[in-house]
Design a protein around this ligand. Structure first.
Ligand code: AMP
Ligand code: GLY
Length: 425
């Protein structure tokens, strides 16, 4: 089967790498891809906003499955247009992608189907939003309703900070995404990401992971797309996974079907494990980046079979095998990230890094320039390793990081610290 992957990040490199291992995979295309993806797929320059062009490519190349990596094309309805054209695809419809595209939509779904999450209010004007603050416990969380590239969330310690966040949102800080504001109670606990494949009716658990959102060691500095991740997440015990499936994932799948917008694809639940158990912070409707990289390192089953079963509605027959190993990924970013990154610097030592046992280097933002590989984005490499414990995976990953000769790049040196501390006897 020929496959088209949409996207250009470390997530898409990990998906392409794993799909390429499937005996059912023939030609793999990726648009736009990057220098690492080009080693396992043919990179092409489709305008993915032009759905007719994507459909024409799929027909010309006899594409049997389109895998949509990032949220933007999903929210723009690429899956709907592929469905109308009769082209098999992995990723939810525009209506179902509201689970990520509108925080208010998800909160209302939680309320209707009794899914545990923080108490909240939805507002379209500042006066009503500020009035809601009276009597709410502090800290409190102020969010832009729409997609704001991870920047639309403020944890306010008091009413003054909350009012400033409300004013910033309605003042246009996040454009149209901030036309509505969601205010929700602060949830206290440890965060985890949990992933499940969903075919509209059936949900199959994948695995849990933990991300490191802040740019600096010790979880300091501004938020990023994610500076590293590991899987499994020790806080997600078997019992916690079972509760997450029963209390959060399954009611969501049933609720979306009841609303006439069945969810198909991967559901990524951002959870807070509180004293009461798992509570939903937010949904994403795609694999996490860099969480996907560690999941793919641990998945032993054929990914392509799983993606096809999701698209075809046959997940009830799917059984997935996972390695008991831990996997950990360290993101190497270009200086300047998460602000404006410097582009174009040369990266050396990639082969030495990849030569270490149980290590894969997924490219997130690279470009080939003749013989050279150069940085071409904020997050540039995801140095990923497996080990018997998180500590061992961490040691392998940093050994590989230290092989990479790239003075213009940086990474956190403490990815996995929570899990490593727990593993200590
Ligand atoms: P979101 O974009 O909704 O995932 O929020 C970004 C980050 O803000 C989350 O990963 C959490 O660390 C934090 N956050 C969001 N909502 C809450 C909440 N209700 N309570 C505590 N932390 C939150
Ligand atoms: N790493 C978080 C995300 O993909 O949204």
């Amino acid at each position: 089967m020929n496959i088209l992957i949409i996207g250009s990040g470390g997530r898409e490199h990990a998906l392409a790498w794993k799909i390429a291992q499937s005996p059912r995979a023939s030609a793999i295309y990726c648009s736009p891809g990057n220098a690492g993806i080009a080693e396992v797929a043919t990179c092409i320059g489709l305008d993915t906003g032009d759905h007719a062009a994507v459909i024409a490519f799929c027909r010309d190349m006899n594409i049997g499955l389109v895998v949509i990596g990032p949220e933007a094309p999903l929210v723009a309805g690429l899956a709907d247009d592929l469905a109308r054209a009769g082209i098999r695809h992995f990723g939810p419809s525009k209506a179902a992608a509201q689970l990520e595209g509108s925080k208010g939509f998800t909160k209302d779904l939680c309320r209707e189907f009794a899914i545990p999450t923080g108490a909240y209010g939805r507002f379209t004007d500042a006066a009503a939003a500020k009035a809601y603050l009276a009597g709410r416990p502090m800290p409190i969380v102020v969010k832009a309703d729409g997609l704001a590239a991870g920047k639309g969330v403020v944890i306010a310690n008091d009413a003054d900070e909350a009012c400033a966040a409300i004013d910033a949102c309605f003042g246009g800080a996040f454009g149209q995404a901030g036309a509505e504001v969601v205010i929700e109670d602060y949830l206290d606990g440890e965060e985890a990401s949990f992933f499940a494949l969903v075919d509209g009716r059936t949900a199959v658990p994948l695995a849990a992971a933990q991300d490191h959102k802040r740019v600096g060691d010790g979880d300091t500095g501004p938020n990023t797309g994610g500076m590293g991740a590991y899987s499994p997440a020790p806080v997600m015990t078997d019992r916690m996974i079972e509760r997450t499936m029963e209390e959060i994932i399954k009611p969501t799948v049933a609720g979306m079907a009841a609303r006439g917008m069945p969810f198909k694809g991967v559901l990524f639940a951002g959870l807070m494990i509180t004293a009461k158990g798992p509570e939903l912070i937010e949904y994403n409707v795609r694999f996490g980046d860099p969480e996907c990289q560690v999941l793919m390192m641990r998945l032993e089953s054929d990914l392509l079979d799983a993606l096809i079963a999701t698209a075809d509605g046959t997940l009830d027959n799917l059984d997935l095998a996972w390695s008991d190993d831990a996997a950990l990924t360290v993101v190497m970013a270009a200086r300047g990230y998460p602000g404006t990154p410097e582009k174009g610097s040369e990266i050396r030592g990639l082969d030495a890094a990849r030569g270490i046992e149980n290590v894969e280097v997924f490219h997130a933002g690279t470009r080939r320039d003749g013989e050279r590989i150069v940085a071409n984005g904020g997050r540039v490499l995801c140095v990923t390793a497996r080990g018997l414990s998180v500590a061992e995976a961490q040691a392998h990953a940093y050994r590989a990081v230290d092989c990479i000769d790239w003075p213009e790049g940086f990474c956190r040196r403490d990815i996995g610290w929570r899990a490593v501390a727990r593993e200590k006897p």
